[in-house]
Design a protein around this ligand. Structure first.
Ligand code: RIB
Length: 298
């Protein structure tokens, strides 16, 4: 198997404010720091996989503005192919206002140009999807576009990993066309609210639980793969690192448990630096980390 991964998803400029305390409604507090940092769940997952050595195509849209230019340059410098990342004039680049406080984050995403990733755009890249080993999807572009992408992937036998974030009700066809879902515990609770829960959908969930690791079902039995507790500097993008690393590991044909162990290690390393993409590790860093934890490498 090669390691061609395509990500169809969002790309945002993260506007990150660090504060000792989150203000109450109507209150003003003085924060500690502010930075503009590349982000967006799609872009983050693409960068995570590329840094670990995957060949990554990113299909997305930015605005024709300074943020769009900076984000495109960043993707290139991180080794992600940007030939299908195009600027649009009608909307500004997506942004995410992120409040960092008490070792956790609160995020408001304004999708902007990410909404221009329409089903037609997805359809025009059918050959890219067909030529990939794995298609990685999230929910920060229009839902119909995510559904179209999963449908085309199914048609061409490309494995689909759907990270259902931010969580919303999903059409059954999309659920049917995804091979793996990667909700966290909160997303899992909301994922099956609209539809009666189908065992076949539930059994394809890899549930992420932060430092506690992940749980998934194999041969009708629940399996837990423990995580690696570390002191976090910034947990933003930990889930994205997990997804990018999981995709890369699965292209190597390892077991699901081994792929999750590898992705847990990558996520643990990612939270030790500032920014969604700041701490994303390279392959050798994950290998070294796993060796110190006494496990085998992927
Ligand atoms: O998962 C973290 C990401 O969510 C941030 O980078 C932000 O842009 C939002 O999309």
């Amino acid at each position: 198997m090669s390691n061609k991964i395509t990500v169809i998803g969002s790309i945002n400029m993260d506007l990150v404010t660090s504060t000792g305390r989150v203000p109450e409604q109507g209150e003003t507090v003085l924060g500690d720091d502010f930075a503009t940092i590349p982000g967006g769940k799609g872009a983050n997952q693409a960068v995570a996989a590329a840094k670990l050595g995957a060949e990554v195509e990113f299909i997305g849209r930015v605005g024709r503005d300074v943020f769009g230019e900076r984000l495109t340059e960043n993707m290139k410098s991180q080794g992600v192919s940007v030939r299908y990342l195009e600027p649009v004039t009608e909307k500004p680049t997506g942004t995410a206002s992120i409040l960092l406080s008490e070792q956790d984050n609160r995020i408001i995403v304004v999708p902007g140009a990410n909404l221009a990733v329409t089903p037609e755009v997805v359809e025009s890249h059918e050959n890219v999807i067909a030529g990939s080993d794995i298609l990685l999807l999230q929910l920060e572009i229009p839902l119909e576009s995510v559904a179209k992408a999963a449908e085309l992937a199914k048609k061409h036998h490309t494995t689909v990993i759907l990270n259902p974030a931010p969580v919303q009700e999903l059409p059954v066809s999309l659920m049917d066309n995804a091979d793996y879902f990667t909700p966290n515990e909160h997303e899992l609770e909301n994922l099956f609210q609209g539809e009666p829960e189908q065992p076949s959908h539930r059994s394809r969930c890899i549930i992420t639980m932060g430092a506690a690791g992940v749980v998934f079902t194999e041969n009708r039995k629940e399996k837990k793969v423990p995580g690696y507790p570390v002191d976090p500097v910034d947990t933003t993008g930990a889930g994205d690192t997990f997804n990018g690393a999981l995709a890369l590991a699965l292209t190597k044909g390892v077991s699901l448990a081994e792929a999750c162990r590898y992705a847990n290690a990558a996520a643990a390393l990612s939270v030790q630096k500032m920014g969604a993409q700041g701490g994303m590790p390279q392959q050798h860093e994950v290998d070294t980390f796993l060796e110190t934890q006494g496990g085998t490498n992927t």
